[in-house]
Design a protein around this ligand. Structure first.
Ligand code: SAH
Length: 395
């Protein structure tokens, strides 16, 4: 018996998105599974009429039943393909290396490695395998990363909720080298310690690099309030840019301890104020006390983890933005963000416009904000976009 490649045959009409090179095949689009593919195996994806559409990684437990590796029937899915994609993704970031030694080297679908995230912190790499296909090719990916970067340390942080949806257990630990101690990185002249083992995501919000630089440029002479400060990213950028004082709020004691240590390490003359509190409560208290600020950053966690949470999330975004706008002195700047994929750019702007109206202030929008250039989005996979923000000036 000849060994034929397993295949997914789609229901009639369900080939349309693949013909437009969208990489996801939903379980609801599949009519039949031919052969006995294992999780992560490459399968041929065929239209109802039998025509070849894509070769994709099979994920039997996931609502996204397969993710396309290639739309070219002549292209086999093998170690050479995976390794060349890793090398290409790393090379695409070369131009960013003088801005920071913390860069996202691989960003999933946008780099044709669906479900794979790789961040570089100095000479330490952190890998997340968040889908069955890249899980299967993990060793190949790691070898290719080491070859492309020369980094000796590779740590795995495959602990994101996305893995559960793929039927994969969380997994963490060193893939090359030892368990890393906190890594020191320098971004736009500011030094940060990154805990890649216990920190959020892979340790640091690399995606905000450009926005931290923008805050630094506008911070001179301003009194800054940084809400949801984590390890101090925007605060230290603002101090570097000449902020006269800074207050930063986060609910996490560990994050604040690292933030304060980061501040000391950068040698700023006086320590700023690090406040462990719930931002919603703290903003209320600050308003009651009649405080004002000249620059406020709102970079909350993902309030809408999925489309079902959009309404509640919208109210939460509106509440913090309304309060921040009231705390801004005239001429003050607000840098406000949402990293919820389910909140679109348009919707976020509407929410913030609603907050401006209800706060009874006038405001200008100076700029729309987004993730850095190492976080691209594939034009055929708009789901990859998540971070959005606005820079406003209170009149
Ligand atoms: N701006 C940061 C990243 C923010 S991540 C940077 O550039 O590095 C979101 C942060 O919000 C986390 O550190 C989390 O501990 C904190 N957080 C979540 N909910 C909170 C709340 N209600 N009040 C205060 N902090 C909160």
């Amino acid at each position: 018996m000849s060994r034929t490649e397993p295949a997914l045959v789609l229901k009639p009409g369900k080939e349309k998105s693949l013909l437009r090179r969208h990489p996801w095949i939903y379980a609801t689009a599949v009519a039949q599974v031919a052969g006995r593919p294992e999780p992560g195996d490459a399968v041929r994806v065929l239209g109802a009429d039998g025509r070849f559409l894509a070769r994709a990684a099979y994920s039997p437990a996931s609502a996204i039943r397969a993710r396309a590796w290639t739309f070219d029937e002549a292209e086999p899915v093998d170690a050479a393909l995976i390794a060349s994609r890793v090398a290409a993704a790393v090379a695409r970031r070369d131009a960013l290396r003088d801005e920071s030694d913390a860069l996202r080297l691989v960003f999933g679908e946008a780099d044709a490695l669906p479900g794979c995230v790789v961040d570089r912190y100095a000479d330490q790499l952190v890998v997340q395998c968040l889908a069955a296909g890249v899980e299967r090719w993990r060793d190949t990916i790691v070898d290719a990363l080491v070859a492309a970067t020369g980094c000796a340390g590779v740590y795995e942080r495959s602990d994101a909720a996305a893995r559960e949806r793929e039927g994969l257990a969380p997994r963490e630990g060193p893939l090359r080298g030892e368990v890393p101690a906190p890594v020191s990185i320098v971004e736009h002249g500011v030094r940060y310690r990154v805990d890649v083992v216990a920190g959020h995501k892979t340790g640091f919000y690399i995606d905000q690099r450009d926005n931290r630089a923008l805050v630094a440029r506008w911070a001179a002479g301003r009194r800054v309030l940084n809400c949801f400060c984590y390890t101090g990213g925007f605060t230290l950028a603002a101090r570097h840019g000449g902020a006269t004082e800074a207050t930063s709020i986060d609910s996490s004691a560990e994050a604040l301890a690292l933030a304060a240590a980061n501040e000391r390490e950068n040698g700023f003359a006086e320590p700023s104020t690090w406040l462990q509190a719930n931002v919603f409560d703290a903003l209320k208290t600050m308003l009651a006390e009649g405080r004002t600020y000249d620059l406020i950053v709102l970079d909350p966690p993902k309030f809408a983890p999925s489309a079902q949470h959009v309404d509640r999330a919208a109210r939460a975004y509106k509440e913090i933005n309304l309060k921040a706008l009231r705390l801004l002195a005239p001429g003050g700047l607000l840098f406000t963000f949402s990293c919820s994929g389910a909140i679109t750019v348009d919707l976020f702007q509407k929410i913030v416009a609603g907050a401006v109206f209800d706060a009874r202030v006038d405001a200008q929008m100076l700029r729309r904000l987004e993730a850095g250039l190492d976080h691209p989005m594939s034009m055929t996979h708009p789901e990859g976009e998540y971070l959005k923000g606005l820079m406003l000036r209170r009149m």
